[in-house]
Write a protein that binds this ligand. Structure first.
Ligand SMILES: [Zn+2]
Length: 340
């Protein structure tokens, strides 16, 4: 089939699945994204309308699918990893990380699908999205500690590691949520900084248990360079860049409304980070954990850490409900002033 005919067919399909959308001037300020001018869904529709919109073309479609596909793949990857596991004591660690990965992809899909229904949905969905990221951060910390930690650090951190990472993951969630509720659109860069610095600081600090292995490999040629972690660090840096910059749409407003937004690239890179974390853990369970024979993960402690995080986050959400309601009221007043 000639190239033009394929293009015509593709355009025809897009018309079929394209729902009526509005421009940036016709949508409430709450939903406006920098550099995105077209393709906003209608507000105040039924939940069914937004669920159906997963299969239609608008400016959130790619954001939804770039986490819906990884959400499905996490189940498959977890199944493969657990089946190939050489030491069954690490099942709880892999399940904890898998749970975190499922939570962040699932709540991201829900947030991008439902957030434009109404302001209350918008703030509630993103609060739950940050909760999902918190679970992922906690799962990633537990994974790196039990599977990839330098042997010198393991015993040293044994008594404090889990309580510290629970509090840090909760603090990351709190920073993202409070900064989302505090700053007004167009959001200043400080809002991104709160998110990047809170979870970023946690990541840099917890990853320090791996950095020592790089040092060891440099001074002792017999030890191989932990390249499986390097790939993950590179993907993560790229993802942070696209998350914080809104590039390319910021420089070409209206050109990347449907495909190519920085946030979509961020989703893809974070998903790659997740799969690299699974791979790195599997490699380290085969080699690195042989050095940690006296220190094995305990499923009950990991479960307790996850429960503690759940209690902290749900209590915080409960106490933040009036703040969310106030923010919705403030947005509505600002909206009316802006329209006059
Ligand atoms: Zn997202």
């Amino acid at each position: 089939m000639a190239y033009c005919e394929i293009l015509k067919l593709f355009k025809g399909m897009l018309v079929l699945i394209h729902i009526p959308t509005v421009t940036v001037d016709e949508v409430s300020l709450t939903y406006v994204e920098p550099g995105v001018l077209y393709g906003y869904r209608l507000e105040y529709q039924t939940v069914i309308y937004y669920l159906k919109s997963i299969f239609q073309f608008h400016n959130e479609t790619v954001n939804i699918w770039t986490h819906l596909v990884p959400f499905c793949f996490v189940f498959l990857k977890t199944y493969i990893c657990i089946n190939n596991l050489e030491d069954a004591t690490y099942v709880s660690v892999l399940l904890c990380f898998a749970f975190g990965s499922i939570m962040y992809t699932l709540f991201s899909v829900l947030a991008h699908t439902l957030h434009s229904k109404s302001p209350i949905y918008h703030y509630t969905c993103y609060t739950l999205d940050y909760m999902g990221i918190g679970y992922y951060a906690l799962g990633a910390c537990i994974l790196v500690y039990y599977c990839s930690c330098h042997e010198n650090y393991y015993a040293m951190l044994e008594n404090c590691f889990l309580p510290v990472v629970v509090v840090m993951s909760w603090f990351g969630f709190l920073c993202c949520t409070v900064s989302k509720l505090h700053y007004r659109r167009p959001y200043p860069f400080q809002r991104k900084l709160w998110s990047i610095c809170s979870f970023g600081f946690q990541f840099v600090l917890v990853s320090s248990v791996v950095y020592a292995r790089y040092y060891d490999s440099l001074i002792n040629n017999a030890i191989s360079f932990p390249n499986h972690h390097t790939r993950m660090f590179v993907y993560l840096l790229v993802s942070v860049f696209f998350f914080s910059s809104h590039i390319p749409e910021k420089f070409y407003p209206g050109k990347f409304d449907f495909i190519g937004q920085g946030h979509q690239i961020f989703h893809i890179m974070v998903s790659l980070v997740t799969f690299e974390q699974f791979n790195a853990a599997m490699i380290d369970i085969s080699y690195q954990t042989r050095l940690l024979t006296n220190h094995k993960p305990r499923a009950d402690q990991i479960l307790l850490a996850m429960l503690a995080f759940t209690v902290l986050v749900l209590t915080t959400i409960y106490f933040l409900r009036p703040t969310i309601r106030n923010r919705v009221k403030e947005d509505s007043v600002l909206e009316q002033m802006w329209k006059k």
